[in-house]
Design a protein around this ligand. Structure first.
Ligand code: URA
Length: 271
């Protein structure tokens, strides 16, 4: 059985972007889990990406797999791309290279070195590439887009853009309250429908001809789509990309949790 995989950072400018990146001097360890290293991207870096998704910051599954948005949030966005008929021609980056710890100070968000490095990624993908639409997941992603749009390179290209609610915002906003979760999910899906209507005319032709079908009021069968094997580094075990929930930050106290990601193989894999 053949296993397609993502070859990684094999051509310029990505080789250089991954060899030389900002560390804890910019992503300071009081605001970021810089000790787990930078997570750069997921998807096509060969110029074939037609949609760029900007996420916020990597979590624990991303820290293990070394690719952006590989958990539940990623599956939801994969479903959003599927509704645009995009099954392969996409690329993801995050607004921040490292996992946010607590919150990010305004001074850090506006640090020219942080912004310049991110803009080099955006230039590589949006000026050199063939991206026709950008989806920004939440506030930090929207800010990344706006800061880039203020640059001469940003002003030189016209690309369809939609800021959308972050895919796991309903869970974070409702904190276990079922009614609040249902209301926040309904609101998110309305917001995603608007984004679909705004950008779908620009994504043309799609990878797979797909009549635009909008979301209902709750997640429906087929709205979450598996992340394809060709997005993952070579040799990743199937259980790591078929499910999430196998990586958890555990420990008694903040420091222990920061120092530890526990990986537990999904039930049923080893019997
Ligand atoms: N959420 C994001 O915005 N990005 C990730 O990489 C993971 C979760």
């Amino acid at each position: 059985m053949s296993h397609p995989f993502d070859p990684g950072y094999v051509t310029e400018p990505f080789l250089n972007l991954c060899a030389d990146y900002p560390g804890a001097e910019i992503y300071s360890s009081d605001q970021f889990r810089s000790e787990w290293g930078p997570i750069f991207h997921r998807g096509r870096l060969d110029g074939s990406a037609r949609v760029l998704v900007i996420g916020q910051d990597p979590a624990q599954h991303e820290a293990v797999i070394r690719r952006v948005l590989v958990g539940e949030a990623g599956r939801r966005v994969q479903g959003l791309l599927r509704k645009l008929g995009i099954t392969r021609s996409y690329v993801f980056i995050n607004a921040y290279l490292y996992s946010v710890y607590g919150s990010v100070k305004a001074k850090t968000r506006k640090n020219p070195s942080l912004i310049d490095y991110r803009n080099r990624w955006l230039n590589a993908l949006l000026v050199e590439g063939n991206v026709e639409a950008v989806l920004a997941l939440g506030q930090a992603a929207d800010e990344a887009w706006r800061f880039w749009k203020e640059t001469p390179a940003g002003q030189s290209v016209q690309i369809a853009y939609a800021r959308v609610t972050h895919p796991t915002q309903p869970e974070s906003a409702s904190r276990g309250d079922k009614d609040k979760l249902a209301a926040a999910t309904k609101k998110l899906l309305q917001n995603w429908n608007k984004a679909l209507q705004a950008v779908s005319p620009s994504v043309n032709p799609p990878d797979v001809p797909t009549p635009l079908t909008l979301y209902g009021e709750t997640w429906a069968e087929g709205d979450r789509v598996a992340i394809p094997e060709f997005d993952f580094p070579a040799g990743l075990p199937a259980w790591m990309h078929e499910h999430d929930g196998w990586a958890r930050r555990v420990g008694s106290g903040d420091l222990a949790k920061r120092r530890n990601i526990t990986i537990t193989i999904t039930k049923g894999v080893v019997t």
